[in-house]
Design a protein around this ligand. Structure first.
Ligand SMILES: [Zn+2]
Length: 390
């Protein structure tokens, strides 16, 4: 490709230049990566979603064999609307040893480093494969990762180990909480508020359900499972959005709300949701239907990202610890695709350049020094896999 080098900073500048905000297609970016790979004789499989506007990319370098490493990351980024940026978020800008731009740290930096290693991997005689797994729509529910995890679970030669390069400051993270996202919708029955005994107030019904989630949070915080490695050390529940009604003097017909449960690896968030359905929502449904049969309550699962359960560090995790200079593996409270890959049978850690505090913010950046650390880390991990094939 004209003008494209395999330098990680050039690659990062190219990737930042694609506006791959989750709401928009990512095909141009995925096409760029596929073209880049084909320049080194590597086929990147483009796996489109049902709409055809988004795609994952899966590529295997080296032999068709089980084991080896999978380097995984998402290509989408969060929006920039309403944020005050010093420079254009979709133009990589270098200042003070940092690269600024949307996705610089979350997580186009990691993808650039992985891609910069492709020429040397293509030249090398690998005994174990290196897989590249780049996804869409991570930021809005890990939809690409969920689709890719299904493919990986059915692979004849699955990867032996996965590194998800979310920003951890290049520290090894071996556990994270899961995340269940729930879309709530109460359909009530509208009427004049002076005669509210003839209607069903959707806002008030939704408020009861939201309050029930709040009670659940209190119970989890005081008497739920505790795992002191996590902050906070319990499963969290929260309502982030609620909207309904049109005027004070109209009994509202609709109310929508968005709840999330961020669960410890030992807790099953679906059990918690089912309990709320059985103990609260069912009774409310009966109550509402007594007034109007056209009423309803929906609690739809928008997405479900499993937790990454930290195990005892095995040899490969110990290698990662040594190479990254981490004393012991950490845990984080944000969810990543690593939980999906672990559930698909591939042991996974999270380790990538940049600070999560930089992610999703205006003037997002990654330090060049972090990219260099990542490069040395990935080289070491790949080398170890070759000499100690799993
Ligand atoms: Zn991310």
């Amino acid at each position: 490709m004209p003008g494209v080098t395999h330098d990680k900073l050039d690659l990062l500048a190219r990737l930042i230049g694609y506006d791959s905000v989750s709401a928009r297609p990512n095909l141009a970016l995925i096409g760029f990566i596929a073209d880049y790979l084909s320049g080194f004789g590597i086929e990147g499989k483009i796996l489109k979603d049902a709409t055809g506007s988004k795609a994952n990319l899966l590529a295997t370098i080296g032999p068709q064999a089980s084991g080896g490493l999978m380097l995984a990351g998402h290509t989408d980024v969060v929006p920039v609307e309403g944020q005050d940026w010093r420079s254009d978020p979709f133009t990589a800008t270098r200042r003070d040893g940092r690269v600024y731009g949307r996705g610089a740290c979350d997580m186009k930096g990691f993808i650039s480093v992985a891609l910069s290693l492709v020429p040397e991997l293509a030249r090398a005689t690998l005994t174990r494969p290196v897989h590249l797994a780049f996804t869409y729509d991570e930021e809005i529910g890990c939809f690409g990762g969920a689709a890719l995890a299904e493919i990986i679970a059915r692979m004849d030669h699955p990867p032996g180990f996965c590194i998800v390069g979310e920003p951890t400051g290049m520290k090894v993270v071996s556990g994270h909480k899961g995340k269940l996202s729930i879309d709530g919708h109460v359909r009530g029955a509208e009427c004049h508020s002076a005669y509210n005994d003839r209607g069903v107030n959707a806002v008030e019904i939704a408020a009861e359900i939201v309050a029930r989630f709040r009670t659940l949070q209190k119970r989890l915080a005081t008497e739920g499972t505790r795992d002191e490695r996590f902050d906070p050390p319990f499963t969290t529940v929260h309502t982030g959005v609620m909207s309904g009604g049109v005027a004070r003097n109209i009994v509202p017909r609709d109310c929508r709300f968005e709840v999330e449960i961020r669960n410890l690896p030992g807790d099953d968030p679906m059990d918690l949701l089912h309990a709320i359905e059985a103990e609260t929502v069912e009774h409310l449904r009966v109550e509402m239907r007594r007034v109007s049969p056209d009423t309803s309550i929906r609690l739809d699962v928008q997405s479900c990202i499993p937790a990454l359960a930290p195990g005892d560090p095995d040899e490969i995790v110990r290698q990662a610890l040594r190479l990254s200079g981490t004393n012991r593996p950490g845990v984080v409270s944000f969810a990543t695709e690593a939980g999906l890959y672990q559930r698909a049978g591939v042991p996974a850690i999270v380790c990538g350049p940049g600070d999560i505090a930089q992610a999703h913010r205006p003037d997002e950046y990654v330090a060049v020094e972090q990219l260099e650390k990542c490069e040395a880390f990935l080289r070491g991990m790949i080398r170890n896999q070759q000499s100690n094939p799993k």
